[in-house]
Design a protein around this ligand. Structure first.
Ligand SMILES: CCCCCCCC/C=C\CCCCCCC/C=C/C(=O)SCCNC(=O)CCNC(=O)[C@H](O)C(C)(C)COP(=O)(O)OP(=O)(O)OC[C@H]1O[C@@H](n2cnc3c(N)ncnc32)[C@H](O)[C@@H]1OP(=O)(O)O
Ligand code: FAD
Length: 627
């Protein structure tokens, strides 16, 4: 039944002002208006169609991505979109592309690590897309261990140039998005050698391809690294390989905010900390946390709407079967994910503030909060991406068999999302960074240096005050436990930022109450999941644990009538969701049926290959046939 809202009865049950919740989700009335307008603009433009992505060959998919990126850029220019609107447009176009890395890493790296002069030279070109950049850090043999990179940048004072070289196979740059086929320039990371002395890893702006005919410049061997997980999905991105054969670049193309090489060949360090070389990663990790709530909410929206449409068992007197969303087991799997989507939204907002704050301080040469910002961005990136990747897969299972169809949108969402657990810092490696920060803090407890900010609570944990171990001692041996401690610390951050959000004024009938329910679900679900740890450490008694579980069940019942409205508040268009199971009107079955007939296999009734393979089988001619 086209045009009928099959979820109207669910929407009528809701007990809060959905429009007000949409503004809370968007972050502000202004952000809502921009997001709403741009998402509808993209959804209504056939140039941004994406429903056929999973059936395209790699080459077709890639070319189509190039077309979309060019079309998006034309739209941005023609409509005079602001930077904020342009970023939203790229977001709603919803296709991994070289532009993600150009805007998300290349430009921020120049902004964070380039001198004023370098920024003035390179940023206008990048903003106008007269050059396209990628971020070439990882090598075939070295990813997490950035200090282990083998690419060298040797200063030649005779010519005032650096010679960039890949001395071994394992030093080949490997993975950078956009590098394979598109980027004209890279921020390449290499071990700096000046006057025969190694000075650690630094970033360099290197031109890769001719701006006239796109051919690789002399000394560059460059290409795509090949197909990745999932059909379609991340294969729209040209992750690349690059080898340098004694490539020369001018001295002023080393990013010189943190340290400089003079024309006489002197290496000088500014008074800014060396860690600023890692600044682009700090920025991107923060955006990845914000993005986690988008990906998780998208999967949760699909699973929640479909759970209200889908009915199994329980028919009474020939009446309809039970909506699967009414099963307590379905609720206990789905509603914590709904709560997580909201929790990650708010912690993402807070992290954005923290990043802006640390950036401002760095500009004023105050580096005091950099270690905390690194621990927060690294830890929350790890926690939210792991939970989101697992959550998307759980949503797929919550949709039963139909969740396995590409038209559910969930397989592609998972395939695109799951590398977030690896890129921008492998998740366990990042948790070890948090653990190191926590252990350092513990070792300083009792000294005059009092922990502040997100670690202020440590002074209130009595047994920590007794710890007097050095940071390094036993670290490796206990690292698996320390990683768990790091996760617990990050969970505390998520819960406390959710609670802080609730302490703000939140307008709209019933909106705050719904958020309180979700916050309690998030916290109590964690307590339930880690009951063993809480009990064994004496933080709670078995009675507390039982009470918490009772409360959790009651909270699920409170969410149930509001579930559809809570996912409507994400304000996703059907185009962005890209899922028949999650479509707004819930008219799932006719759409699934219709979509099946559009599959290329159904273009002919008798398949290609019948005469060659099926008929000989059926006719028992297989032994004589030439296969
Ligand atoms: C259905 C279809 C949907 C379509 C959707 C489409 C939408 C688009 C979706 C997604 C697109 C998203 C686009 C994203 C693109 C991703 C691109 C990916 C890029 C990359 O991966 S770039 C490479 C990233 N690499 C890493 O992250 C490497 C990880 N390793 C490190 O960071 C470091 O090496 C280390 C931190 C692990 C170790 O550093 P080091 O060896 O120096 O050792 P330490 O001694 O531990 O550290 C020294 C010192 O520095 C401090 N530190 C470390 N890092 C930082 C930092 N970043 N900032 C500040 N300080 C830092 C560390 O704490 C130490 O301090 P102390 O000495 O303890 O004080
Ligand atoms: C889709 C995608 C896009 C990417 N885009 C880019 C890009 O644009 N630019 C770029 O430069 N790079 C990019 N990368 C590379 C990415 O940053 C690296 O893959 C990432 O940093 C992890 O490094 P690795 O692959 O070497 O993993 P490894 O470090 O080899 O990890 C393998 C295993 O070893 C474990 N491990 C490693 N070190 C330790 C340790 N010290 N202690 C305990 N366990 C450890 C890890 O936990 C993991 O289980 C991309 C990667 C992917 C998948």
């Amino acid at each position: 039944m086209e045009g009928v809202d099959h979820l109207a009865h669910e929407r009528n049950k809701s007990e809060f002002d959905v429009d007000a919740m949409k503004i809370v989700w968007a972050g502000s009335p202004h952000a809502f208006v921009v997001s709403d307008r741009i998402s509808k603009l993209v959804a209504s433009d056939p140039g941004f169609r994406k429903d056929n992505r999973s059936t395209l060959s790699r080459k077709e998919l890639f070319k189509n991505t190039l077309r979309k990126a060019a079309y998006a850029w034309k739209t941005i220019i023609d409509l005079h979109l602001s930077e904020e609107e342009a970023a939203k447009l790229r977001f709603y176009v919803d296709e991994p592309a070289f532009t993600d890395v150009h805007w998300g890493m290349f430009i921020p790296a120049i902004k964070g690590q380039g001198t004023e002069e370098q920024q003035q030279k390179w940023l206008p070109l990048a903003y106008k897309m007269q050059i396209i950049g990628c971020y070439a850090q990882t090598e075939l043999g070295h990813g997490s261990n950035v200090q282990g990179l083998e690419t060298t940048a040797t200063f030649d004072p005779q010519t005032d140039e650096f010679i960039i070289h890949s001395p071994t196979l394992t030093s080949s740059k490997w993975w950078p998005g956009g590098l394979g086929k598109v980027a004209t320039h890279a921020i390449a990371y290499a071990l700096l050698i000046v006057g025969g002395r190694e000075q650690g890893v630094h970033g360099f702006i290197v031109q890769l391809r001719s701006l006239e005919d796109h051919s690789p410049l002399p000394g560059m061997t460059v290409g795509d690294i090949g197909m990745k997980f999932g059909n379609g999905a991340y294969n729209a991105m040209d992750n690349g390989v690059l080898r340098f054969d004694h490539v020369r670049i001018p001295r002023n193309q080393m990013l010189m905010r943190v340290s400089q090489v003079t024309c006489e060949g002197k290496y000088k360090q500014s008074d800014v900390p060396r860690q600023l070389v890692y600044g682009a990663m700090l920025y991107v990790r923060q955006t990845i946390v914000a993005d986690a709530s988008c990906a998780l909410s998208r999967a949760v929206c699909i699973a929640t709407r479909y759970s209200a449409v889908r009915r199994q068992f329980g028919s009474q007197n020939g009446g309809p079967e039970t909506q699967v969303i009414d099963y307590k087991t379905q609720q206990s799997r789905l509603f914590p994910l709904l709560a997580s989507a909201y929790a990650f939204r708010f912690v993402g907002e807070w992290l954005k503030w923290l990043y802006a704050d640390v950036t401002q301080r760095l500009q004023a040469n105050d580096f005091s909060t950099l270690p905390e910002a690194h621990a927060c961005t690294a830890g929350l990136k790890s926690l939210t991406t792991t939970a989101t990747a697992d959550g998307i897969e759980e949503c797929r299972k919550l949709c039963g068999g139909h969740g396995y169809l590409c038209s559910s949108g969930l397989p592609e969402l998972f395939a695109v999302y799951v590398p977030a657990c690896t890129y921008e810092g492998e998740n366990t490696v990042l948790l070890l960074q948090v653990a190191r920060f926590l252990m350092k803090t513990v070792s300083q407890l009792g000294s005059s240096k009092k922990p502040v900010g997100t670690i202020a609570y440590m002074t209130r944990v009595e047994h920590l005050m007794q710890c007097r171990c050095g940071v390094q001692r036993g670290f490796a041996e206990l690292s698996a436990d320390l990683v768990e401690a790091a996760v617990a610390h990050c969970q505390l951050l998520v819960v406390s930022k959710f609670i802080e959000k609730l302490q703000q004024e939140i307008p709209g009938k019933g909106v705050k109450q719904q958020l309180e329910v979700l916050c309690n679900i998030y916290a109590l679900f964690l307590l339930h999941k880690h009951q063993g740890d809480f009990l064994s450490t004496g933080c709670i008694t078995p009675k507390h644990a039982a009470l918490a579980n009772d409360e959790l069940r009651s909270l699920y019942s409170q969410v149930r009538p509001n579930a559809i409205a809570l996912v409507d508040a994400f304000n996703y268009t059907d185009h962005y969701l890209g899922s028949i199971l999650g479509c707004y009107d819930g008219n799932v079955y006719p759409k699934l049926y219709e979509a099946a007939w559009k599959d290329p296999l159904n273009e002919s009734v008798v398949p290609d290959g019948y005469h060659q393979y099926i008929r000989p089988l059926l006719k028992q001619e297989i032994r004589t046939a030439r296969l």
